[in-house]
Design a protein around this ligand. Sequence first.
Ligand code: ADP
Ligand code: MG
Length: 656
Amino acid sequence: MSRFWKPGSEKPSTLLVDDEEGGVVFLSSSTSSASSSGFGYASLERQRQRLPVYRYRKAILYLVERHATTIVVGETGSGKSTQIPQYLKEAGWADGGRLIGCTQPRRLAVQTVASRVAEEAGVKLGEEVGYTIRFEDQTNPGITMIKFLTDGVLIREMMEDPLLTKYRRRNSLLGSSDDMPDPEPAILSVEGKGYTVEIHYVEEPVSDYLQAAVNTVLLIHEKEPPGDILVFLTGQDDIDTAVKLLNEEIQHLGRHYFDLLILPLYSGLPRTDQDLIFTPTSKGKRKVVISTNIAETSLTLEGVVYVVDSGFSKQKCYNPVSDIESLVVAPISKASARQRAGRAGRVRPGKCFRLYTEEYYLNEMQAEGIPEMQRSNLVSCVIQLKALGIDNILGFDWPASPSPEAMIRALEVLYSLGILDEDAKLTVPIGFQVAEIPLVLWYQGSPAMVTMSSQLIHVEFSKSWFVEDIISRPYSCMIKDPMISKMLLSANDFGCSDEILTIASFLSVQSVWVSVRGVKKEFDEAKLRFAAAEKKVIDIRGQLLRLMKGFGIPLKSCEGDMKAVRKAIIAGSFANACHLEEYSQNGMYKTTRTSQEVYIHPSSVLFRVNPKWVVYQSLVSTDKHYMRNVIAIEPSWLTEAAPHFYQYRTPNPALS
Ligand code: ADP
Ligand code: MG
């Protein structure tokens, strides 16, 4: 164990007041450590008053009254999300049936912040305090005063109601006179209260950050005084592995280690597990939260004193040439590393254990990460801007300009799907309808195999055609919502809107298929998880059905006509056609559009079947590019579905 690590032997040079690059300031511990009374939890009201924003309550309310826009800057955990909406409500901003909206970048953050505020306000979640995330609305119109929501949900609300009238009290923005607020934004900086965080580095680079993280947790427990541990890993797969390894070690090491309570944290975690994360640790216990970078900025865990930083996170990256967007495990930036370390200094002086060397931190780590806008497929973003009436995308004032290649790629895809016209305007009705359909593919989860998939599916489904078409558990893949939306909108032309609706719903949940390797207990758990996911699918299906009805698209089944279903899928995914190039056990395909080498994913039932032509719905990039959710097609269906696309893009002799 100590091969990696010597937390006992502190390097004086690494005891940082980490301000050298203008980042997080860790204040000196000498004055503040006494104020933190041991390691307990204060009453809710006391906790509220201890937050940095509390001292600025009056200033915030004054500025909001006087300015059209107020910007409050403050460190993570200073109380911006949980407190300011409550201050506004207390000051009467929600009177007269108006709403106070508060957006969060992630669904999990929306849920947890909302439930925290409901608890602080002493009300039932979903009543005065509620939340809305995609496919889940926990608000009560007329009752809800504070509503938490994702940015995505707000954008969709803006499409229906560009002035967001639900949230506005002042009409003065729209015109008249006296109490007109100052259009100049006010900026208020809320001083953070951070304790010193001592930084430790490994002396030698570690070869396996997962094992190193596990060892470090055990070592902290052995050597360090009470305080919870927050471990930053990258995703559900390595987090689950670490949880398992730690629990095994605990059993192995015996009694003293039974005080450790190991908890995973990632988006998609069931509700009950989320609650455990925020439940105060009972006396004598030590909580170990193993998290993705969600705990970096959007969630604050009280009680964390030790941070273990793997130095990695899962990051989206996009290659506009191959049009492949993937989630890859990549090194974090210094800015992230400092933010992670800061999580240890919330309640009292803490320690951060970095699983990389100081030399690496100083000389090799990037100062800042690349903005997400420059790592993304822009298709959804372009649709949203267009739907908001922002037509001049090329002249748009981006906070971080996307690459021209990525922009051209997105415009091309949207044009070929008939979502944009030749003037790059949304088409009527398809373009506008697509903008309204809230579909996004999940692109997280683990690349678990579906070893018993067919049995499981037959248990749960009567429609066996499903097996052929959707073997899904996307690990990292392209976000193709306009393709799914287009498929939905075209389904009726093939008389199979019923089937396509089901397929689209399945494609929008995170993990329907689960890994089952024989053991009875695991199998039962898998079935439970499957049933839970299925319920979600049914819910989403209901919502999509309402949307379709709104568009005047009737529900119709093709009664098992697989050809019709596959043709409808092609209406959305024709650009993802591939031709078998090399016949072998698992044949090599090339995409028609970019001649990219791709293979059928082993989890697909078409694995090793080698159909000549296929259309895929997503690509997973690991050692190779793998196609997921694959169907076999006739090449003539492609020209039928998209004559414009296949004529001018790919004059492929095999097609004519
Ligand atoms: P900010 O938005 O400024 O990053 P928040 O308002 O989200 O900060 O959090 C303020 C404080 O509220 C946090 O420091 C944390 O102690 C507490 N808190 C937030 N969410 C929860 C929760 N779900 N359970 C318990 N405490 C929470
Ligand atoms: Mg916040």
